[in-house]
Design a protein around this ligand. Structure first.
Ligand SMILES: Cc1ncc(COP(=O)(O)O)c(C=O)c1O
Length: 426
């Protein structure tokens, strides 16, 4: 099935393909992408190398910090007809299971420094939060809150516990009990709301206003930019680690998106550093929650309504983060959507020992970028449109491990422990 429309550059298609199990996908090239566009002063106020350095100085002091592994997948690269595929495996990040550990917790730390600084009329630095008993005491009077589909809330709850403030987390109707318990484990009060993710965002906002709490959201909206910017700045440490470990600068990056903060952080990192040689950047979403693709098609942010019912829980978002859009609207080369079944096949593929590639435990939302890379690499039209070829060096971010262990076992057929044991025995 192939379906062309004329855009500039002219490519939009819905396709099926063969080696990776067949799945229809949509690929929309971004007509607003401009190859030589400077990163620019505005975007530098959102995400920048100096602000990343500040984030790095804080996050690397946290107990348990270690760069996550960057896995080379040579067998998969051969199958896909590209030079290399590298997969940054965020499953082990701070024991929380996802890259989100970097963002929410960092934003909590920044919020506490700002708030205590205002109360005391002096600047407060992160190191003092942990070393000064009076400041720690003051933190206990501050409550942070957010809505989450799991991973962001886990990060905020963990950061709050580490830094000694109170935490209330809102989850929507379809967030699993496993994810709920994983948040509660960090001492947060967890509140389940009716409706979808966007409804839980609104509930958190209302309750925060009524109670004088601080919302630590990973999505931005008019009048609320500073905290989501800190969240995204924290994410960039992951990109920095990946680039430091890569043998060569990548030519293609596929990143999964919910509200787009994660993808924008990655896109901005490459754009800021090398406008001439930034990799081809593809944003990947579930078919049922494609607010970024729909926005790219419309040329302005568009909300996607409905229950956003996708297995990829971390990507089940109907509204784009405005900060993310500032980067992705002209910074992404293409937008791609995939069905849930492609994500499940991606999880199974990484869980299977194969010809020299390591076995990787990857959750539902982790593999969207991988699935899109394989689907597009195996289709000649999509391959040509993205410039994928035998010299391409593909970088992927495996954004979570088995953050919902029961669901992982159900989808893959084995637990994470069994997958790793089988991999070690192979
Ligand atoms: C595992 C995982 N990957 C990717 C994302 C997407 O991040 P964003 O919502 O910033 O686009 C999320 C969001 O929660 C996630 O949990």
């Amino acid at each position: 099935m192939r379906n062309w429309t004329t855009l500039n550059p002219p490519f939009e298609t819905t396709l099926s393909m063969s080696s990776f199990p067949q799945h229809p996908f949509t690929l929309l090239t971004n007509s607003r992408f401009q190859p030589g566009e400077a990163y620019g002063a505005h975007r530098s106020t959102l995400l920048s190398a100096p602000a990343l350095e500040q984030a790095r100085a804080v996050i690397t002091t946290w107990s348990g910090y270690a760069p996550t592994p960057l896995c080379a997948l040579p067998a998969l690269a051969r199958d896909a007809g590209v030079a290399s595929i590298h997969y940054k495996d965020e499953g082990g990040r701070f024991g929380l299971g996802s890259f989100k550990a970097l963002g929410g917790a960092y934003a909590v730390a920044r919020l506490l420094c700002r708030e205590l600084g205002q109360r005391l009329g002096r600047s407060v630095i992160h190191a003092e939060l942990q070393s000064d008993p009076a400041l720690r005491q003051a933190c206990a009077d501050i409550t942070v809150t957010c809505a989450t589909d799991g991973n962001h809330g886990r990060s905020v709850a963990w950061g709050a516990q580490m830094l000694g403030c109170r935490c209330v987390i809102y989850i929507h109707a379809t967030v699993s009990e496993g994810r709920k318990e994983a948040i509660a484990r960090y001492g947060a009060q967890v509140v389940r709301t009716a409706g979808n993710y966007d409804d839980s965002v609104q509930q958190a906002d209302r309750d925060a206003k009524a109670n004088g709490w601080f919302v630590i959201s990973d999505t931005s909206y008019p009048g609320y930019m500073d905290i989501p910017r800190d969240v995204m700045q924290g994410y960039q440490l992951m990109v920095h680690e990946a680039v430091s470990a890569l043998p060569q600068w990548p030519t293609h990056v596929f990143v999964q998106a919910g509200v787009g903060g994660f993808a924008a952080a990655v896109c901005a990192y490459f754009w800021e550093r090398n406008v001439e040689q930034r990799p081809v950047f593809v944003v990947v979403e579930p078919q049922q929650a494609d607010c970024l693709l729909q926005s790219a098609r419309a040329g302005a942010v568009v909300a996607v309504k409905g229950d956003l019912d996708t297995l990829m829980a971390g990507l089940a978002c109907g509204e784009v983060s405005l900060l993310a859009w500032d980067v992705l609207a002209t910074g992404a080369n293409a937008f791609c959507t995939i069905p849930d079944a492609a994500a499940v096949d991606g999880m199974r593929l990484l869980a299977r020992p194969q010809r020299g590639d390591p076995v990787i435990v990857a959750g539902e939302s982790a593999v969207a970028g991988l699935a899109a890379a394989l689907l597009t690499a195996q289709d000649s039209a999509a391959r040509a449109s993205l410039g994928l070829g035998p010299d391409s060096r593909v970088l992927l971010f495996g954004s979570e491990g088995d953050t919902d262990p029961a669901l992982y076992q159900q989808l893959v057929g084995r637990s994470a422990a069994q997958v790793l044991a089988d991999g070690a025995a192979a």
